[in-house]
Structures are given as C-alpha cells and as structure tokens.
Design a protein around this ligand. Structure first.
Ligand SMILES: [Zn+2]
Length: 197
C-alpha cells in the first residue's frame, strides 16, 4: 500500500544515526542499525528532512559521563552506512563545545533549529533516531516546549538502556509531555503498521 504523504508544515528529524551509536561503535545502542530501513522508508513521505549529529571535541566534560564517541571528523561520527542521507536538507551539529552535552537537536550550534523551522512555517515534527532515552527524548521535549507538534516514530528509535526500562520510561515521558507515538490510534501509522508494504 502507498503511505500518506505529509504536508509542507510537517518535517522529519533524524537524530544521531551515527556509527558510534550502532553495533561496533564506541557507545553502541542495541539494534541501533535495525532502525535504518524503517527511517529510510519514512523519508520519502516528507518534503523536509533534517538530521542531527553528535559532533564532539576530543576532550569534553560530556566524556566524564560517557565513553568518548562521535568526535568531530572521525569515522565514529559519520552517519551509519545505509542511512539515506541524500535528502538531508540541514544537518545540525550539537555537543560541539567542551562544556555541554548537546543531547537535543535544538542545542545545535550551527543553526537555531526553532527559528529555522518557524521561518519555513513548519509546525509538526516526526522524530526518529538514537537514542530514545537521551538525544531523542531531549529533542522531543525541547520541540514540545517550543510549541511544535511532535510524533515519535516508534519503530524508528532505539534506546541505550543504561538502566533496563529507560527506553519505555522515555517514551512515557514524551507522551506525557504531549508527543504522539506512531501506532497510537490517533496517528496515521496505525494504518501503516497494519499494512506495511
Ligand atoms: Zn554525545
């Protein structure tokens, strides 16, 4: 079946699908690469597709909490092979300073994402990527706080799970803050889930 295409006021934001967050990477998320075909299938449905990436300096306060990962310019920071990057209209670099974590795409230092979206009359975001319990969570909460409508692509996210259940708790926190989650009766992807082509 063909999937519904979204209007010009709706964009897809792909969060941090980078080598270091995929199996074999410095901060690997279980199943981090399994979401790539799902994301690739969603991309053609949007007129505007954006991506964020962790883009850290070699030394960062961030690395007191995490093993070093996604250092700017390294292989680990590259988007995972197989991800369809050809339609990324804007790539948001975050965590670029040595004093910030840069979990949220709205903390990008090369672009003010909120202003960029408003300037294009984009009001709705579909958000997918890595990891559910950190960068996806913070990006979703920031988007809601700034007044954007948010739908989380449930099959297009994966969690770090430092503590078991973190991914589920993050989903619940996002829903409690006002995000929709695909597969809910309120979202079109209830249809997609029944008839995935
Ligand atoms: Zn990071």
């Amino acid at each position: 079946m063909s999937h519904e295409r979204f209007g010009l006021d709706t964009a897809l934001l792909v969060v941090d699908v980078q080598n270091d967050f995929c199996p074999g990477g410095a901060l690997a998320v279980a199943g981090g690469d399994a979401i790539i075909p799902v994301i690739n299938a969603w991309i053609p449905r949007f007129a505007t597709v954006l991506a964020s990436r962790d883009w850290h300096p070699p030394d960062s306060v961030h690395f007191t909490s995490w093993p070093p990962h996604c250092v700017a310019g390294t292989v680990g920071a590259q988007f995972r092979a197989g991800l369809d990057t050809g339609r990324f209209l804007l790539i948001l670099d975050k965590g670029t300073g040595d004093v910030d974590d840069g979990y949220s795409a709205f903390e990008a230092t090369n672009e003010n994402l909120g202003n960029w979206l408003r300037g294009r009359d984009i009001e709705q975001l579909y958000i997918c990527g890595l990891a559910t319990d950190y960068c996806v969570l913070r990006t979703v909460l920031d988007a809601l706080r700034l007044g954007f409508g948010v739908t989380v692509v449930r099959d297009g996210i994966a969690a770090v799970e430092v503590n078991p259940g973190d991914g589920q708790r993050a989903l619940e926190a996002m829903a409690a803050a006002g995000a929709l989650v695909t597969g809910d009766s309120r979202t079109c992807c209830n249809i997609c889930n029944r008839g995935q082509s």
